[in-house]
Design a protein around this ligand. Structure first.
Ligand code: ATP
Length: 326
């Protein structure tokens, strides 16, 4: 069976790491047809639209999407794209790899981030000059869906430690609901779990990440805590992510367009290639996904590495080494 994969590199280093991931997928014995779409700052400048209808349609029709990054227009690109694929869960694994000088070498955790609401609901207002507001939306349905997904993910992937992140002592209504619902799901499943205030959790994650496995989070908390975890394992160039919907999904690195290094051919392609491995898992190619991960791990351990990891290899040199390992 041939799967149609939408490829949307976007801006900045998205233009460099997305083709690298496609090159890796093309090495595999899988039947993928790649359909390319444009989005982001440059597309906005050229067409007046950061996410043209053709690109939105490509993502909607594909079996899965590989997305690079968007710059200033990120909110106009990735938020609609996540909604087009119906994604309710953002899965962000953070693992320390052998051979890298990670701050916390025992890190192996996965953030399961609610992906549709919270402070990213897009409801902002200017009340009067100098006063602006933001509405934080938490619903029982979305909280239940992310909690179910998180507990199921932990079970399927053999994680024993499950933590529900919240700030219900301050955001009593919104995170009160999130926490109540997530705890109810845990109890219904007779699962063991902990709950943690997200600010204190940030400190514990930094100091003792080995105590954590799956962390179920409201939207913004998941975004921030997973970037913190990136710092523990060696930087944003290493963290992949999946945006999972009922019938469709989108895969992207946790990092953004990194304008500070864009165009220099020094972006670490690992996060994007590991995102492609998550795509392979999602489309039920577990053997190929494992092979890609092993190839990346081997290069991270003893192959040419990009400057963010202390090496001097270019994006292409590191990608070629990963392909050679495959
Ligand atoms: P966004 O708001 O879109 O998430 P951001 O402003 O958080 O983006 P990133 O683009 O994620 O920023 O980059 C943050 C820092 O990490 C930058 O210094 C960037 O150079 C570095 N970085 C991000 N991704 C990579 C990568 N793949 N390889 C090397 N360095 C990276």
């Amino acid at each position: 069976m041939t799967h149609e994969i939408a490829v949307i590199p976007g801006d900045g280093i998205g233009q460099e790491v997305t083709p690298a991931a496609v090159d890796v997928l093309e090495e595999l014995d899988v039947h993928f047809e790649f359909v390319h779409g444009e989005a982001g700052d440059e597309t906005q400048a050229e067409t007046g639209d950061a996410l043209p209808e053709e690109t939105a349609a490509i993502a909607a029709d594909a079996d899965a999407t590989l997305f690079g990054a968007a710059g200033e227009t990120a909110a106009d690109v990735i938020l609609p794209l996540r909604s087009i694929v119906g994604s309710f869960a953002n899965v962000r694994p953070a693992r320390a790899y052998p051979g890298l000088d990670a701050l916390q070498p025992d890190t192996d955790m996965v953030f399961i981030r609610e992906n549709t609401e919270g402070v990213y609901s897009g409801i902002e207002d200017e009340i009067t000059d100098g006063v602006r507001t933001l509405t934080r939306v938490i619903t029982e349905d979305a909280s239940e869906q992310i909690a179910e997904f998180g507990f199921e993910y932990a079970k399927r992937n053999d994680y024993d430690d499950i933590t529900i992140a919240h700030k219900a002592n301050v955001m009593r209504e919104t995170d009160g609901l999130f926490l109540d619902v997530a705890e109810r799901v845990g109890e219904q499943r007779s699962a063991e779990y902990d709950t943690a205030l997200m600010d204190a959790l940030a400190m514990h994650l930094a100091m003792t990440p080995e105590d954590y496995g799956v962390v179920i989070c409201p939207n913004l908390a998941g975004d921030m805590l997973s970037d913190l975890a990136a710092g523990l394992v060696g930087g944003l160039g290493l963290l992949p992510s999946a945006n999972i919907g009922e019938e469709n999904a989108l895969f992207e690195p946790v990092h953004g367009s990194a304008p500070d290094i864009a165009g220099e051919e020094v972006a670490n392609p690992s996060a994007m290639i590991l995102s492609a491995a998550m795509l392979l898992d999602h489309l039920d190619y577990p053997g190929e996904a494992a092979a890609v991960r092993t190839a990346v791990e081997s290069v991270l351990d003893s192959g040419p590495k990009t400057p963010d990891l202390g090496g001097s290899a270019s994006t292409t040199e590191m990608t070629d080494a990963i392909i050679d390992e495959l």
